[in-house]
Design a protein around this ligand. Structure first.
Ligand SMILES: Nc1ncnc2c1ncn2[C@@H]1O[C@H](COP(=O)(O)OP(=O)(O)OP(=O)(O)O)[C@@H](O)[C@H]1O
Ligand SMILES: [Mg+2]
Length: 368
């Protein structure tokens, strides 16, 4: 009974002795209110919907049937269990009561323990129905959110599809200028090297877009053994705009790592861009990139001499959409983490006022 103790019950009866008997039967366990006619019962219900109504049929003015009918017409009254308590016990009366939506019928004179047990049962059923209703609306809400997310995914798929089409156009950048530049132009080699950079990055962009559309089409992408240093290539493009010192400590002969190449390229360039942005205001800018291997792992680190990450935001930097930058989306490190997890890689960060160090570790391929 304890979980039903806060249940509210409305007794609607015009006979004082019957009201007293019902109050005595219910005891102190419930929050009970009383209405002595149909009109004040409806007023009472309009103020607060009870969990259960004990409703007399024969009352002066509006009878119990009419009260029940009007209650069931209300949106929020439809689910309130109504038990008719009456001296009328003819079969047709009961049928009418049930047709109007009553859940039970108690004939006077009644046995208090039985009435108590029936009330308790109906309150429990009502509680279960309410819980079920809540669960259903929660599920409907979650289904709605899932649908919205699915719609966004499809929309993003459309974007990836069209961006890929645009990138495909610049996969051969020399096509746009070849006829305009004489073959013997002294700077042609340098121009070609730059066009090559553009081509490689357009290719990477195209691969990222295709990766996403493949994911939407449930096409699983295979991971291949790759040399990690070769995946630093996108940094060359960003390094063109970076004016500070860039130190690379990358030994030859590192073991290969099984991965999706374009995904790890995304990891490296996001960390590099963050490092570049962090040191923008430093007088002497320095970024150090290292790779080494140890005990079956290949490690990568990137260190900058920026102002560091304040301790209080450290737990949030990998969160979706967390950014301290005016123009930041806060998706860079979130993506990095998303990519590292399925690659069974780890990422750690340490930071002080002298700079920030991100270290990644990958499982080395065994046969290398
Ligand atoms: N090298 C770093 N030095 C200092 N703070 C950093 C560094 N890298 C990340 N952060 C902090 O972590 C936050 C989250 O980084 P994240 O790459 O996810 O987003 P962002 O760089 O702000 O935005 P976006 O990557 O979308 O341009 C940054 O806003 C910044 O506060
Ligand atoms: Mg970033």
């Amino acid at each position: 009974m304890t979980d039903l103790q806060k249940s509210t019950i409305l007794i609607v009866d015009d006979t004082e002795s019957d009201i007293d008997l019902l109050l005595e039967t219910l005891g102190a366990g419930y929050d009970v209110s009383v209405a002595t006619d149909g009109k004040s019962a409806l007023e009472n219900i309009a103020q607060e919907i009870p969990d259960l109504i004990l409703l007399d049929i024969m009352m002066p003015g509006m009878d119990g049937y009419e009260v029940c009918k009007r209650l069931k017409e209300k949106e929020n009254g439809r689910d309130v269990p109504v038990i008719f308590v009456t001296v009328k016990g003819e079969e047709q009366d009961e049928t009418k009561g049930f047709q109007l939506g009553a859940v039970d019928y108690i004939s006077k004179p009644f046995s208090p323990p039985i009435v108590k047990a029936r009330i308790s049962t109906h309150l429990k059923l009502k509680k279960q129905r309410d819980q079920l209703k809540n669960s259903i609306s929660l599920l409907q809400h979650e289904a709605e959110i899932l649908k919205q997310k699915a719609d966004i995914c499809i929309e993003a798929g459309g974007l990836a599809h069209d961006i890929n089409n645009i990138l495909t156009m610049i996969l051969s950048p020399e096509f746009f200028i070849r006829d305009l530049v004489p073959d013997d132009l002294a700077e042609w080699d340098e121009i070609e090297a730059n066009l090559n950079l553009i081509r490689k990055n357009a290719m990477l962009g195209s691969k990222i877009c295709k990766g996403y559309t493949n994911y939407l089409r449930n096409i699983e992408e295979k991971a291949f053994a790759q040399s990690l240093p070769s995946l630093l290539q996108p940094l060359d493009m960003y390094a063109r705009q970076y004016k500070g010192e860039l130190e690379r400590n990358i030994p030859g002969g590192l073991p290969l790592v099984k991965c999706r190449d374009y995904q790890l390229k995304r990891v490296f360039f996001n960390l590099f861009i963050n490092a570049c942005q962090a040191i923008e205001d430093q007088e002497k800018q320095k970024i150090t990139i290292c790779m080494w291997h140890k005990h079956g792992t290949v490690l990568f680190s990137i260190q900058d001499n920026g102002p560091g990450i304040p301790q209080e935001i450290m737990p949030r930097i990998f969160d979706e959409c967390f950014s301290t930058k005016a123009e930041g989306t806060g998706l860079g490190l979130f993506l990095v983490k998303q990519i590292m997890d399925p690659h069974k890689g780890t990422i750690t960060v340490s930071s002080s006022k002298k700079g920030t160090l991100f270290t990644l570790s990958f499982v080395a391929c065994e046969d290398e």
